[in-house]
Design a protein around this ligand. Structure first.
Ligand code: ARG
Length: 281
């Protein structure tokens, strides 16, 4: 049967640019979140196969255009480019990592952005900020996760600098240590979220800003499989496998949900969204 053109239109890939970092040096080399265990090593070959499959999914199924930053030896978490910073047009707000293990990534990412013509904004020295892991664009407002890695004061600074409202959301569960592990704003204005990641006023803020029909709640067992760590490109959503309830809810909202196996990256506390950084504009 002929598919009505409106349905085809709804899933047609559009151009979305993303920054990724190949997993050449990816491994579990330290423990900086509850997911990481030195004795639970990531298999480098499996990690590479999984990363390649994620990339193929993004490029071939979802119309993404990928930019690659050169991986650096000794910086295994550089694969998680979401933490490089936040890009707005031709400028980037660079991250300042809380954990010393990741701080040397700052200059690697800064160099990539400078080489690619971005104007770099740096926060005052004393403020920690972990980029698009913690600052998410909810269209009307930005959401800023704090309490684990980024400082709430970074959002006061960035909000006035960028002229944007940033709604601070306190993260209370160490397993959900970056905002993108328990919240994912979607293109249609909905949010995918795990309420258990937030304190009472964070939950109230999200309920206040997003109408009930737009709040897609993820059950705990799927939140623990990183269901919220999804990449939303137009009507396409790429997420880790093992999240059938979330996928069904997304499909009911008109999205095309794609599952990928990212077990080796979940060992470091990251999944699909953490492995990408949006380069809008
Ligand atoms: N091992 C990394 C860390 O703890 C994982 C980062 C995941 N990134 C994210 N945007 N959630 O920093």
């Amino acid at each position: 049967m002929e598919v009505p053109s409106i349905a085809r239109e709804a899933v047609r890939p559009a151009a979305h640019r993303l920054l990724v970092c190949p997993p050449d040096h990816y491994r579990i080399a330290y423990e900086i979140n509850p997911w990481m265990r030195l004795e639970r090593a990531a298999d480098p070959h499996v990690a590479r196969v999984q990363w390649d499959a994620l990339i193929a999914m993004l490029e071939k199924e979802c119309g993404a255009m990928l930019e690659r930053v050169e991986p650096a030896a000794g910086l295994p978490d550089m694969v998680f480019t979401a933490n490089a910073g936040v890009v707005t047009g031709r400028s980037v707000i660079l991250s300042r990592f809380r954990c010393p293990e990741r701080q040397p990534e700052e200059e690697q990412f800064a160099r990539w952005f400078e080489d690619h013509g971005y104007a770099a904004v740096r926060l005052p020295r004393e403020l920690f900020f972990e980029g698009a892991g913690d600052l998410l664009d909810g269209r009307e407002v930005w959401f800023g996760g704090h309490g684990q890695r980024s400082d709430i004061r970074a959002y006061r600074y960035l909000g006035s600098l960028e002229g944007r409202d940033i709604i601070p959301l306190k993260l209370v569960d160490p397993r959900f240590y970056h905002l993108d592990t328990c919240l994912c704003p979607l293109t249609g204005g909905e949010v995918l979220w795990f309420p258990g990641g937030f304190d009472r006023s964070g939950r109230a803020a999200i309920r206040d800003l997003v109408p009930p029909s737009g709040r897609i709640e993820v059950p705990e067992e799927e939140a623990l499989r990183f269901a919220c760590n999804a990449v939303c490109l137009g009507r396409h959503i790429v997420m880790p496998e093992g999240c059938p309830d979330t996928m069904a809810k997304l499909e009911a909202h008109g999205y095309r949900a794609h599952a990928v196996c990212l077990s080796e990256f979940i060992k470091a506390g990251g999944a699909a969204k953490c492995l990408t950084l949006a380069l809008p504009g």
